[in-house]
Ligand binder design. Structure first.
Ligand SMILES: Nc1ncnc2c1ncn2[C@@H]1O[C@H](COP(=O)(O)OP(=O)(O)O)[C@@H](O)[C@H]1O
Ligand SMILES: [Mg+2]
Length: 203
């Protein structure tokens, strides 16, 4: 089973992905916890190229190519081998994040994102958990983190609001695999909902 977490910055994706991995391991599943961009050696190198440095470092089109190249490597080297070995793969962000961030926020390039996805990736998760979150709270949580990966981080509240709406629209578009979880609660309550949704799907 291939599970992904999506949602705006600071919504709790990384936290919930880790808690879910711990839970499923306790239940006896073999779990690979991975993330995008990154998740394989080559893709982690591309991660540094896309998340660090000058915000104008890449054109929107080049950026989409880099994200797609990273995803292809991640899929070939990490995700597909793990799934073939019967493991549960939990991925912190996947193609839906590219549909959102590169498809919308940097010009209307969703068509290009979809074409490249069909050509080079051609695979969707079995289940996608959208952690839905108040944009202001998400932003202040995200700002509490400091680091070098700040190319996309001066987005501001307006864009966070648009991104939240965009993720909810994706959840409608792909309603067969998306489940929306309310992230405006303490970690354990959110984790309980996540576990419920995943246990239903694993059956
Ligand atoms: N339910 C929650 N309540 C309060 N703080 C949280 C909650 N979930 C995560 N956090 C904290 O908020 C910050 C962002 O969470 P994180 O999981 O990194 O979000 P994301 O990966 O979606 O950007 C972290 O410091 C994390 O510890
Ligand atoms: Mg994260």
């Amino acid at each position: 089973m291939f599970l992904t977490f999506e949602g705006i910055d600071g919504s709790g994706k990384s936290t919930q992905a880790r808690l879910l991995a711990e839970h499923l391991r306790r239940e006896g599943h073999e779990v690979i916890l991975t993330r995008e961009p990154g998740g394989s050696d080559g893709a982690e190198e591309i991660r540094n190229l896309v998340l660090q440095g000058d915000p104008d470092r890449w054109s929107a089109e080049t950026e989409i190519l880099l994200f797609t190249a990273a995803r292809r490597d991640h899929l070939e080297r990490t995700i597909e081998p793990a799934l073939a070995a019967g493991k549960v793969v939990i991925c912190d962000r996947f193609a839906d994040s590219t549909r959102m961030y590169q498809g919308l926020s940097r010009g209307d390039l969703r068509g290009l994102v979809d074409q490249l996805h069909n050509l080079m990736i051609g695979r969707e998760p079995d289940l996608t958990l959208l952690i839905d979150m108040d944009p202001g709270t998400g932003l202040s949580r995200a700002k509490g983190r400091q680091g070098a990966e700040e190319r996309f981080e001066d987005f501001g509240l307006d864009l966070q609001q648009q991104m939240r709406a965009g993720f909810l629209a994706l959840a409608q578009e792909f309603s067969d695999r998306f489940r929306v979880v309310d992230g405006n609660r303490n970690m354990d309550s959110v984790a309980q909902d996540v576990t419920k949704v995943v246990m239903m799907a694993l059956r």
